[in-house]
Write a new protein. Structure first.
Lengths: 489, 411
């Protein structure tokens, strides 16, 4: 324990103010470099006293004093604490740091617990000051000023003043506290002496509005008085214009809530029928199966928007229907939309789509002249934090969605269909096929439609090794060249 | 209709806004008024300027532009069939109220929502005009949260994102069936599309432009949403499933859960009872586990019978009690991921444990010094000189913990 009895301490440090960090730092350097232990130093604030360091030896020029940068920053916070022992406590920490350089990392050390607790108390006080200062306006026009009275627990006015400057730059304001005051005239910040509550204005017209807001934003059915007091302790209430409403709000809450519950529902408001008739006319009964009447791709796409043929619509954003000219010679069928496609509502616009586009380009196939679609038209995924992990559609989902694919094939009547990956192949051929083994094959369906089998371009994206990736891209490119030849055939 | 004073309008239009739980003023870009010479700043973490006796923080001036509404959502105080008093602010009045409150340090900014009158664009247009006036004419640098009307035009949404810190669209209920039943005029598919558009816009604008290499401003505080809890029959598992989907699909900053609260002139189709506040609290805790503790959504209620969160103990403890095979975890050796699973250890405490153990081994009392309640932690960890032995698998462990560590009471 530091000896606070002045006559027992060998060295007395006089600081200029409660928050004289420069003074503390200078003294601490002198003491430490002269190997003066914490118990031989006493600390005192003497605003009007002699210059600091009078009784202290000069710092040893060649003695190195190295402390972590972090410590300086934290000490600067803790110096604002109202505990009179803080100067000695911080010096003790500095002293220990010389032989225990990792001390700040030992969260379980009692001194570090105390440092953290003090830091937290100051931080909280700073935060609460930012929250609970209430300005009152005086004067009008050029004379307009905002003045607040606030009672912080610690010596935080100087440390907190810049916040108010950054926030209320375009306003002239003064914050008065018992220990210090801060004043901003629109250009310059001045820290002055403490003041009294009576130095601040006693009222402000806006407070009536603020109190109205406070009363009405409160929901009496959710009374949680402890939760309120935890964050807004009673010690702050006396300077908050809204706080005097609290007791009555609490007292009346139960009754207000049970009144709401007990009150019988009333008949609809008079204007309700008019609003309904104007904005929500009863919809015409829809055709039993509109899809029967859809005989163009745009019509089909419109109907597919509401598809509930399998449960995948629940988690997806929207149906991602095929895209391309209705007289396309070739249809490319992928697996299902991915994250980007689901958001955009268009097939093949994500990373795999971009890869696909660039390879089609290399193969001299004009993407604008082909039709691209997917075997399954809703995105199936598992959420993982901010990402959606693609999951493979199952046989039931493929089967349900095949209905749409068949319609697309029917309307477009392509010369060739390209199955990109196993899911597309399964949908088009009605059974699972080994895609890697049959890659490059052309299978003719019973209805005469030729189906070219290859991998899905996302497969290329998943390859890590650059060299293998290039090789795979090359193989896919030669597949696409084959497709181009087959298109004409 | 009699002419209402600003004070009367404020009473009506703040009463009408209080069922929206969102109050955050955090997570936006840092900004101050030093250069503009105006008023207002945002500095990362939000500030709660007051607390109402319902324990909710008052950070923003949360009001509706008007509570006239053409929708008839049965859970909403402002539905068109309700007999609640109606009022409408002018743009001027909202701008002045916001500035008057902000200058006196009552608020961090404005959260403006509105009933839909006439057309979505007309309503959204007025809300955007409030935000524009604040930013441009008043040089206001505080926080602005605008509720977005899903059907509003792309141009209005673009302008809203330019002036606002956060945009939000409420999904209202966890399932589409719930929306259809209780908010028959709302279209869940349109709500999803709007959220998807917002995510794309936010991502597009976050990319530096080629010419100026600067990022264009667009809702730097991201988007959020709210779900009402307890107005329909969806289980907690279903609610969390909806949240996980929303976080993953639209990169929401927050999903707010609002315990369904009885409203004046309530509809007969809804449960008339006190709001399920503890359930709401547990949902927030579970949401936290998904976002910061590495839990996947299905894990949280895995092995529970009814898909409901335990009201008596927090969801992490409930999970640990069901998965005791994964404990005890050695605080001196375990990976951060494993420590995050220990009941009673928060992520900041874990940071300290990890930093400290690089220099010395931790004993149980060391852990006790830095965590909140060692009674909750003890059965699940190994420390220097401490092993829980049979305690981890003890049959009455749940009672032992709840009795000895008196769950933080919220009421």
């Amino acid at each position: 324990m530091a000896k606070t009895q002045l006559n027992l301490a060998v060295h007395l440090v006089r600081l200029e103010s409660q928050t004289d960090f420069a003074g503390w730092r200078d003294a601490a350097r002198r003491l430490a470099t002269n190997d003066i232990p914490p118990e031989d130093a006493a600390w005192q604030v003497e605003p009007d006293g002699e210059t600091r360091g009078k009784d202290l030896p000069a710092a040893h020029a060649d003695a190195r004093l190295v402390v972590p940068r972090d410590f300086i920053e934290r000490a600067e916070t803790v110096i604002c604490h109202c505990d009179p022992e803080r100067f000695g406590f911080l010096y003790r920490l500095l002293w220990r740091l010389r032989s225990e350089p990792k001390l700040l990392s030992i969260a379980t050390d009692p001194d570090i617990r105390k440092l953290e607790a003090m830091e937290k108390a100051v931080g909280r006080d700073i935060h609460k000051m930012r929250a609970f200062v209430r300005f009152r306006k005086i004067g009008e026009g050029a004379e307009e000023r905002y003045v607040a009275w606030f009672e912080p627990e610690h010596f935080i006015v100087e440390r907190n003043a810049d916040f108010f400057v950054r926030r209320f730059t375009g306003m002239r304001w003064t914050i008065l506290t018992p220990h210090a005051s801060a004043d901003w005239d629109g250009e310059r910040l001045a820290i002055g002496p403490g003041a009294g509550k009576r130095d601040a204005p006693a009222e402000d017209d806006a407070e009536a509005l603020w109190r109205t807001y406070f009363e009405n934003i409160f929901n009496p059915a959710r009374l949680k008085v402890k939760a309120m007091q935890k964050e807004m302790p009673k010690k702050y209430w006396r300077n908050l214009p809204e706080a005097s409403l609290i007791p009555d709000l609490i007292a009346g809450a139960d009754k207000a809530a049970s009144d709401m519950i007990a009150r019988m529902p009333t008949t609809p408001a008079p204007h309700h029928a008019k609003v309904k008739a104007k904005h929500w006319p009863v919809p015409q009964p829809a055709n039993a199966d509109e899809t029967e009447n859809a005989d163009t791709i745009p019509e089909l796409r419109a109907v597919a928007k509401g598809c509930h043929r399998c449960p995948l619509w629940r988690d997806a954003t929207q149906t991602v229907f095929g895209e391309g000219p209705e007289n396309a010679e070739v249809i490319f069928v992928g697996e299902q939309p991915g994250d980007q496609e689901d958001l955009a509502g268009k097939p093949f616009v994500g990373p795999a789509g971009k890869m696909f586009d660039s390879i089609l380009d290399d193969a001299a196939i004009d993407r604008r002249k082909v039709y691209v679609t997917n075997a399954v038209k809703h995105f199936k995924f598992e959420p993982r934090g901010k990402r959606r992990i693609h999951s493979k559609p199952n046989a039931g989902e493929i089967q349900a969605c095949r209905w749409w694919l068949d319609k697309e094939l029917d309307l477009i009547k392509p010369n060739l269909v390209v199955a990109l990956g196993a899911t597309a192949a399964q949908s088009l051929l009605g059974k699972a096929v080994p895609i890697t083994k049959m890659r490059g094959d052309v299978v003719e369906r019973d209805d005469g439609l030729r189906v070219f089998l290859t991998i899905h371009p996302s497969f290329i994206l998943r390859i890590r090794e650059q060299e293998d990736k290039e090789a795979e891209r090359g193989r896919f490119l030669s597949d696409m060249r084959k497709v181009r030849e087959l298109m004409g055939a | 209709m009699a002419v209402l004073s600003v004070r009367e309008k404020l009473a009506i239009l703040s009463d009408a806004a209080k069922y929206d739980a969102s109050c955050a003023s955090s997570g936006s870009a840092k900004r101050d008024s030093l250069r503009s010479g105006g008023i207002g700043s945002t500095e990362g973490s939000g500030i709660c300027h007051s607390y109402a006796p319902d324990g909710r923080c008052i950070s923003l001036l949360k009001i509706l532009l008007t509570n006239f509404c053409i929708y008839d959502c049965s859970y909403c105080i402002n539905r068109s069939s309700s007999n609640v008093r109606r009022a409408r602010f002018s743009v001027d009045e909202v701008v002045k109220l916001t500035m008057d409150f902000y200058r006196r340090n009552y608020i961090e900014g404005l959260f403006l929502s509105s009933g839909v009158i006439r057309s979505p664009d007309e309503t959204m247009g007025e809300m955007v005009e409030v935000a524009r006036r604040l930013r441009i004419e008043e040089k206001f640098g505080g926080y602005i949260h605008l509720k977005t009307i899903p059907e509003a035009s792309a141009e209005l949404i673009e302008m809203a994102g330019l002036y606002a810190d956060r945009l939000s669209i409420n999904v209202e209920l966890p399932t589409d069936e719930g929306v259809k039943k209780l908010a028959p005029e709302k279209k869940p598919e349109t709500i999803r599309l709007s959220m998807a558009k917002l995510r794309r816009k936010i991502e597009e604008k976050a990319e530096p432009t080629l010419r100026s290499r600067k990022r264009e401003r667009f809702a730097p505080g991201g988007q959020s949403t709210q779900m009402i809890v307890g107005a329909d029959k969806t289980s907690d598992d279903g609610i969390l499933r909806a949240s996980a989907r929303l976080y993953g699909s639209y990169h929401l900053r927050r999903v707010y859960y609002s315990a369904f609260s009885p409203i004046p002139d309530s509809s007969s189709s809804l449960p008339l009872q006190k709001p399920p506040l503890m359930r709401e609290h547990r949902l927030y805790q579970a949401d936290w586990l998904m976002r910061f503790y590495g839990f996947s959504q299905p894990e949280i209620l895995d092995g529970s019978n009814d898909g409901m969160l335990d009201l008596a103990v927090d969801p992490k403890l409930a999970w640990a009690l069901r998965n005791r095979g994964r404990f005890p975890v050695d605080v001196n050796r375990a990976e951060r991921e494993a420590l995050l699973r220990v009941p009673g250890l928060g992520s900041r405490v874990i940071d300290r444990i990890i930093e400290t153990r690089r220099h010395r081994r931790l004993r149980l009392e060391d852990v006790g010094r830095i965590c909140h309640s060692v009674a909750k932690v003890r059965p699940f960890i190994i420390a220097e000189g401490w092993s829980p032995g049979a305690l981890t698998d003890k049959a009455g462990l749940r009672q032992v913990i709840t009795r000895s560590c008196e769950q933080l009471s919220l009421f």
